[in-house]
Design a protein around this ligand. Sequence first.
Ligand code: GLN
Length: 457
Amino acid sequence: ARESLAAIEAASELNAFIGLDAAQTLAAAEAADARLARGDTSPLLGLPIAHKDVFVTRGWNSTAGSKMLEGYRSPFDATVVERLAAAGMVCVGKTNMDEFAMGSSNENSYFGPVRNPWDRRAVPGGSSGGSAAAVAARLVPAATGTDTGGSIRQPASFTGVTGIKPTYGRVSRYGMIAFASSLDQGGPFARSAEDCALLLNGMAGFDARDSTSLEHPDEDFTRHLGKGWNGSADAARPLAGLRIGLPDEYFGEGLAPDVRAAIDAALKEYEALGAVRVRVSLPKTELSIPVYYVIAPAEASSNLSRFDGVRFGHRAAQYGDLLDMYKKSRSEGFGEEVKRRILVGAYVLSHGYYDAYYLQAQKIRRIIANDFQQAFTQCDVIMGPVAPTVAWDLGAKGDDPVAMYLADIYTLSTSLAGLPGMSVPCGFGANGRPVGLQIVGNYFDESRMLQVADAFQ
Ligand code: GLN
């Protein structure tokens, strides 16, 4: 943890961290040292962790990247924070992020953009850009993130680290500042699938304080690592029998040639390990963009109503009556993208439009989930790109929200279906910027996804 603090300080121009508190970190490090001295061998004990600033953390600021929550202190810890602290991890800071996790480039943060450690002209991806950059720059061995429509997988891909979004409901949302509650899911970033498995052991599990937490038996996510697929004992071809589904829709027009080449090379390696390719189809992939950008803003408009300057958040200094106070506080506290989403969300939920937009979107969401189940009758995991291109330049899509939304094409449908997905580094594209391979598994199949990722690493 002490080395992490020094590294974070030295890399401050990345702007990966927006909350640091050396005194608290050092106190936690001493407590961990004391546990180690007593012979405690918990696997995560003493290791530094950076938390995305969307997780509320007692004693630290928790801002969700927004002016609305600048200086906000939570009276309690998010479950994820609490569990990792109990496992002995030492919080070294809170990471920068797109405001309320809305974005794909980390340029929507009130605290300024994060730079990609591989190329400082490039974005790190978003919304968990600070966490991804912190792991990529080796400032920390691990960080937490959240993924609503790709916010773990895409920044992991853009920064060349491993990140996993578990099955919806695996990781408690308690204390995770809500964006779109039916989609939000926490998960880890780390250097390898093995590290992600250990972190997931610390993070996941039923939590009665989250009404959508799933009562699934606890498991050891490392249990398949290093073993042959389905018990295969063929050391040369450890993945013999693995069927990799490749959706036609993930390899069509719009996929940049450099990304395609890196994915192809990874698939060849998988074949060498014994896996076979299977063509599958996810016909509604294109619709995942409009569907997500109706459902997520709808939920956001509801979730963000709590930031009214009374219960939570920034309060305007001068105002007339109560409504004027709400209006001024929210106008001042929220950034452009957040306002855009609230407006879209309120619109699609309003009387007369609900049936035309929100209800239609929910119906297509169901079809998207069913299409995945159809695909999983033919394959064990699905693979494809995480994003159509490598990281773009800072500012390149800054004033074009739709261009930014379109870049989410390969991650949104997994989120809409609630399926687990991960990004595994698989090479480099244009300008030496990293490319991530996406692995999607069926519900609760994280352990085998991690096994498949680990075999490649
Ligand atoms: N880029 C998507 C959005 O802007 C996803 C963000 C996320 O997963 N939090 O909503």
